[in-house]
Design a protein around this ligand. Structure first.
Ligand code: NAP
Length: 292
């Protein structure tokens, strides 16, 4: 029998993560072992999905703010499989307000940047050669929202992880003192968390040339996270479900999974360390390389 692909998707219980799992199950031509990771650790609702006989689903538990759970999952997969072929870091949070308590700002950085980086670091030793890591980021992390001084620091090709940490700590200190915006940081912590994730992606790709490590914006998608900002143009609706724009109803199943899926299993021409998106957050294309 053909060797199965071992894939891990965080935040798989709902939203884009669930759509990514559904798309992986639907399109894989090779046998698939899929670890569906969530904070609860339980399996998601499979009722509308066809699980092919060549696929196996293993529910798994992980919280991005709990290092032990991250280490345990990497150990578990190392024990149960020959390694990991595809890691999709999809889990994330968004407090869609400028003025949030310091604890929520900290949580945003801990989950979207520090936690995701810890998952990458825990999995690097068990990634198979030519394995792929996909970090689901956001257009909010693009550097156009930052002062040119910060743009230069984030995009320095020699930036190290400890320098990146220091930059993120500088943001936290400025935000604590209410000087972040006057110092050129964007108004929402989410933006800094995703810019840091993009920079970390580039550093990890540079340090691990045997892997393909990329990040992306999935577009503006109709999930509980995406709907905080209004009515998103893209859907992760169940197969065949409909979404309405104005008075017209369209069918756009699993649109939000398209770019992450391409980075995980599609043709990306051997590119690593880049940020992928469409020209518009409404576009349903499968992404192209863009500037951070
Ligand atoms: N929707 C959009 O328009 C949009 C746009 C750009 C980027 N994104 C990015 O896409 C990714 C998925 O977002 P979504 O729209 O699908 O959001 P969602 O529906 O709110 O789902 C978020 C997922 O992240 C998990 N999660 C949250 N905090 C976690 C933690 N501390 N540890 C582990 N898992 C945690 C959630 O698990 P629980 O169920 O346990 O909370 C859930 O599975 C995020 O990284 C987001 O930033 C989304």
């Amino acid at each position: 029998m053909e060797t199965p692909i071992v894939a891990v998707v965080t935040g798989s219980n709902r939203g884009i993560g669930r759509a990514i799992c559904a798309a992986l199950l639907k399109q894989t031509s090779r046998p698939l072992i899929l670890y569906t990771v969530s904070r609860a650790g339980s399996s998601f609702d499979l009722t509308d999905l066809t699980v092919p006989p060549t696929a196996k689903i293993y529910p798994a538990q992980l919280s991005l703010t709990d290092q032990d759970s991250i280490t345990a999952l990497s150990k578990r997969i190392s024990n149960e499989q020959r390694g990991c072929d595809i890691l999709i870091n999809n889990a994330g949070i968004y407090y869609f307000q400028e003025k949030i308590p310091a604890a929520q700002r900290q949580e945003t950085l801990d989950v979207n940047y520090r936690g995701t980086l810890k998952v990458c670091q825990a999995f690097l030793p068990i990634m198979q050669k030519n394995g792929r890591i996909v970090n689901v980021s956001s257009q909010s992390g693009e550097l156009k929202y930052f002062h040119p001084r910060l743009q230069a620091q984030f995009s320095d090709p020699n930036l190290t992880l400890s320098e990146l940490d220091a930059l993120v700590n500088e943001y936290s200190d400025s935000a604590d003192q209410n000087t972040a915006m006057s110092e050129g940081w964007p108004p929402l912590a989410y933006f800094t968390s995703k810019a840091a994730l993009n920079a970390a992606t580039r550093i990890l790709a540079r340090e691990n040339p045997h892997l393909l490590i990329n990040c992306c914006c999935p577009g503006w998608v109709g999930t509980s996270l995406g709907m905080q900002a209004g009515q998103p143009p893209k859907s992760v609706g169940k197969r065949g479900s409909l979404c309405t724009r104005g008075r017209i109803t369209y069918c756009f199943p699993e649109e939000g999974a398209r770019i992450p899926l391409r980075l995980a299993v599609g043709d990306i021409g051997g590119i690593s360390g880049r940020y992928w998106a469409n020209d518009s957050v409404a576009s349903t294309g499968d992404g192209k390389v863009k500037n951070f």
